[in-house]
Design a protein around this ligand. Structure first.
Ligand SMILES: [Zn+2]
Length: 170
């Protein structure tokens, strides 16, 4: 089943649209200022930030990083993918903070934002931050309930997002 087929904004009232934009916009300003390893984005200038909310309350962020970790090795999209993605980084950090059992049992929402510059947009705009296959496996295994991610601003010309709901039911 394609997780996107369960996406809907209409039936998602766990966070209001206003609250979602508040969170994503705050994350955007942080992502724009991310420096250092893992945030060069292969020359595209992309930066990705993710955030874990536990029962609607912010817990922690996650970043792309040039660190390897057994958790990332398990959930890389392929064998070469040994460095933390923002999503796996956020999930691992959250589990370290509240403990695996707590994490699995709590209502978890993962927010993801990608910012980028393009020849047409010298200022940062949103890019698609849909989780890769590896991160999706971590999301499902760790029973993350909802995933909210930025969409490509190139196509919509305005900021928009997508939601994967009830991932926990997979
Ligand atoms: Zn990933």
């Amino acid at each position: 089943m394609d997780p996107d087929s369960s996406s809907t904004k209409i039936n998602f009232d766990y966070f209001s649209e206003k609250r979602i934009f508040e969170i994503l916009n705050k994350m955007t300003s942080i992502a724009e200022n991310l420096q250092g390893a893992g945030n060069k984005g292969g020359g595209c200038g992309c930066r990705v930030l993710s955030a874990i909310f536990v029962n609607k309350r912010f817990l922690n962020y996650g970043y792309n990083s040039l660190k390897s970790n057994p958790f990332q090795v398990k959930y890389g999209k392929n064998e070469q993918s040994i460095y933390f993605h923002a999503e796996t980084n956020a999930i691992k950090r959250a589990i370290d903070i509240i403990g695996y059992d707590n994490f699995i049992r709590s209502k978890i929402t993962l927010f993801i934002v990608r910012v980028k510059k393009t020849p047409n947009s010298p200022n940062f705009i949103w890019g698609l931050s849909k989780p890769c296959k590896g991160c999706l496996r971590a999301i499902i295994d760790m029973k993350v309930d909802n995933v909210i991610y930025s969409l490509d601003q190139d196509f919509s010309n305005k900021k928009d997002y997508n939601i994967m709901v009830n991932m926990n039911n997979f």
